[in-house]
Write a protein that binds this ligand. Structure first.
Ligand code: SAM
Length: 253
């Protein structure tokens, strides 16, 4: 059927392209790619010969009108990005909103997303989380952003560049506190997949002292803010007071 299909692609392991994704990518008349050369390798690996066009941040608005024209002509179109789920720190937002506004169906396929994949194995609370994309590259911007998030109780998920991981961990320690628990997921689904976890100062030290930890693709996650008052009875009531209460409790009728 005529629709814009949103198709996630692997984040490192080719086997993660679903069979439904392959079927759709073969059936549509056009695949809008973030980078046609980059996606060409994936598509040829799966013998997908569908016509490709580039859709990136710089031409997305113009291209959207052209794609709506294709849909109007009765042609189905798929959107992919370089890796993972389109629109998640990737192009596609303008296209999807304009295609919907024009009255066409937008059909999403489930599939790889670095943030969700990393979160699922992090050991951090996953009942509530906030995906924050990339932290600002300048120190002031980063500190301001982290200050806004400091008391957020949800698990925080960031995408991070290997060139900036040391600076970002340094900012997190400075703003969220040295002992904020973090998990750094690197090269997820690839040969050198690594999870480092612990208080941010410890992870910072390990990353600083090991150049290998400053390579590849990274999802950085932080435990949400833990209010001292909400930690349960033992934490909320100082030890001395607790001892006195226990004594009183024993003495009182
Ligand atoms: N749309 C993609 C998704 O659904 O995950 C994300 C695109 S964003 C431009 C690229 C960033 O995602 C990388 O800089 C890194 O932070 C993260 N990422 C992508 N693949 C990854 C992997 N295999 N392991 C860890 N992080 C990854």
């Amino acid at each position: 059927p005529v629709a814009l299909y949103i198709v996630p692609t692997p984040i490192g392991n080719l086997e993660d392209l679903s069979s439904r994704a392959i079927t759709i990518l073969k059936q549509v008349s056009l695949i809008a790619c973030e980078d046609t050369r980059h996606s060409g390798k994936l598509l040829s690996h799966f013998s997908i010969e569908t016509k490709k066009i580039a859709l990136h941040d710089h031409n997305e608005r113009d291209r959207s009108q052209w794609i709506i024209q294709k849909l109007t002509n009765g042609e189905a179109v798929a959107l992919i990005s370089d890796a993972g789920t389109p629109l998640i720190s990737d192009p596609g937002y303008h296209l999807v909103s304009q295609v919907r506004a024009a009255g066409f169906d937008v059909t999403p396929l489930p599939g790889p997303c670095a943030a969700i994949t990393a979160l699922s194995a992090s050991g951090l609370p996953s009942d509530r989380f906030s995906f924050e994309g990339f932290l600002p590259s300048k120190e002031k911007g980063r500190a301001d952003k982290l200050t806004d998030l400091k008391e957020d109780p949800r698990t925080l998920i960031f995408y991070e560049s290997p060139h900036r991981i040391v600076q970002s961990l340094t900012s997190i320690a400075a703003v969220l506190g040295d002992d904020r628990e973090v998990v750094m997921a690197r090269e997820v689904t690839k040969i050198f997949e690594t999870f480092l976890s612990g208080p941010v100062v410890d992870v910072l030290e390990r990353v600083t002292n090991d150049a290998n930890q400053q390579r590849g693709e990274i999802v950085l996650m932080c435990h949400g803010y833990r209010s001292p008052k909400l930690e349960g009875d033992e934490q909320a009531i100082p030890t001395k007071v607790m001892q006195t209460l226990t004594l009183l409790n024993e003495e009182l009728p």
